[in-house]
Design a protein around this ligand. Structure first.
Ligand code: ADP
Ligand code: MG
Length: 140
């Protein structure tokens, strides 16, 4: 199976509750390697552009406000089938629907404050990684 890269964000609800280590332990224990990582406080402009695909959705403005409400950890994960594996480990968007043992089942506060972001395709992963990281910042 192919080695892939995916883009991951530990959202403000996760940094606020000191959960970054617990969440990343789940990713690492399941074969995903953190090859790039930075703690940042996103600007409104960055959050709006990052979530531009959702601009027409009713939750867009609230989502942007939430994403700039505190620091986040942006990171790149590498491993076999990384995009799908990361999504599986995250669990469903709404924690009420998330499977046992997933990050969102364990830690999400709500459908909005759901602790993690993960790319939903290899193509989006490449775009999202390039938005936050230079190639020379990624060290496997
Ligand atoms: P996912 O993060 O699982 O890929 P989406 O891409 O559909 O989910 O949505 C992006 C983010 O927007 C979600 O992770 C969540 O923070 C927020 N969101 C999604 N749906 C809703 C909703 N119905 N109400 C409030 N926030 C939402
Ligand atoms: Mg999504």
């Amino acid at each position: 199976m192919a080695i892939e890269r995916t883009f991951s964000i530990l959202k403000p609800d996760a940094t606020r509750r000191n959960l970054t280590g617990k969440i990343n332990a789940i990713f690492e224990e399941n074969g995903l390697k953190i090859i790039g990582q930075r703690r940042i406080w996103m600007s409104q402009a960055q959050a709006k552009a990052f979530y531009a695909v959702h601009a027409a959705r009713p939750f867009y403005n609230d989502l942007v406000e939430f994403m700039v409400s505190g620091p986040v950890v942006v990171q790149v994960l590498e491993g076999e089938n990384a995009v799908a594996k990361h999504r599986d480990l995250m669990g469903a968007t709404n924690p009420a629907n998330a499977a046992e043992g997933t990050v969102r089942k364990l830690y999400a506060e709500s459908i909005e404050a759901n602790s993690v972001h993960g790319s939903d395709s290899a193509e989006n992963a490449a775009n999202e990684i390039a938005y936050f990281f230079a190639g020379c910042d990624l060290v496997g």
